[in-house]
Design a protein around this ligand. Sequence first.
Ligand code: F6P
Length: 514
Amino acid sequence: MFGGGDRAKTFSTQFDGLLFDYAKTTLREDILAALIQLAEEAQVAQRRDAMFAGEKINETEGRAVLHTALRRSGTGVFVDGEDVMPGIHATLDRMEAFANEVRSGAFQGAGGKITDVMNIGIGGSDLGPAMAVLAMDSYADGPRAHFVSNVDGAQIAQVMRGLDLSTTLIIVASKTFTTIETMTNANTAREMMAQVVDDPAAQFAALSTAADLTADFGIAPERVFGFEDWVGGRYSMWGPIGLSLMLAIGPDNFRAFLRGGEAMDQHFQTAPFAENLPVLLALVGMWHHQFCGFGSRAVLPYDQQLSRLPAYLQQLEMESNGKRVAMDGSDLPDQAGPIVWGEPGTNGQHAFYQLIHQGTQVVPCEFLVAAEGNELGRSVHHRLLVANCLAQSQALMVGRTLDEARALMQDAGFEGDELERQARHRVFPGNRPSTTLIYPRLTPYVLGQIIALYEHRVFVEGVILGINSFDQWGVELGKVLAKEVEKLILEGPVDGTDGSTAQLVNFVRNSVDA
Ligand code: F6P
């Protein structure tokens, strides 16, 4: 059994209140040493320093990668010779002033104090703040936050049904301000707002890099919070894209979230690789995926407030490291990043854990759990939550042998062939790998630590794979074709439309006409 003995000490690291335990894996000390050497040879430290220094490491887009600057308290981060920190601090101060006005009632809607905020955005302009607002629910004392992302009108219709628009602030969150889903939802929201208030644009704010487009949309510059193109969408919740979070939990808590991220940045930059949480998380992940060949990675927060973390990490990890060519354009010789999926415990236990325990595929599991809960934190609820989390990783590790299963069946009165048959169904192979990240309590600071930890883990994996983790060309083709297919739905298939698409389009057209 791989998790027993002294492994717990050897294969675990603590930093700033966090404990990362990776003893329940097949890693050995010699393997870990080889993996660390791999990271060194891949120049993880040099690439890391280049990122923090503002070098244009996003080579396919010619951009720096500086989301870390958004959570930096100091100054002195240069892009093209200019210190970007004064601008970042000024924008943060403006966000804070606006958040205070909204939260205090100094900024009002047509119907009075703002009671609700609706964030319209998708991908990185939605998943980060939506995940974090849920995670920070125990700290929320501002207007209620709602999120609309899907171009499916069902979502905006459902969210708006419950809102008094005269006291609702609508935030259009889009780095590019061109994303079709977001702009379609924003236009619909503006039309609906116009039916309720005289000056609909007065209850809109925008978060974007495209000041010209936010102005064209009619949003006054004092409610536009800008950022630069060196902040990737899926890394953007630390700045203006986090406005809905700041409105919900207040500027002080938002700043605590930034400090948690900054603490992880410093750890990532200074800790030796053998004690460096992002590096270790990356190496364990690569051991499982690239070396052992396990195809997916389950993220299992035993924390209902982190229930959107798996979805958030799907974008962070799969949009960043779901690539097939290396930085130089050559085909990747190895597997790129894994499929990431998951649901909170204990719910998942009653749904898909069967496959994790007894299925034919090995799924490395990443458990997350707080020592103390935010709600009823010292009650039986939290004790049971933690017990279940720890018991699941233990069960995955120890399993149940055929002899143990036979003994159980014997006790239950079975004999002969039937005992054997029944026992085999009750065997757990064991030695199924998992890691556990324990944090004291899910505070804003701890959330910042966790998110920055995962960001840097993705970075380290990307550097070792030799890919660019900061572009996402793979989402472009579908966007282009969606425009063409929309035309086909309006006008019908044309010569050259492939047979399957033509059939589907005709079915839609006939159903709508019928
Ligand atoms: O899906 C592609 C993508 O560009 C994501 O990377 C991004 O987070 C999302 O679309 C939304 O983009 P924007 O913030 O520009 O609307």
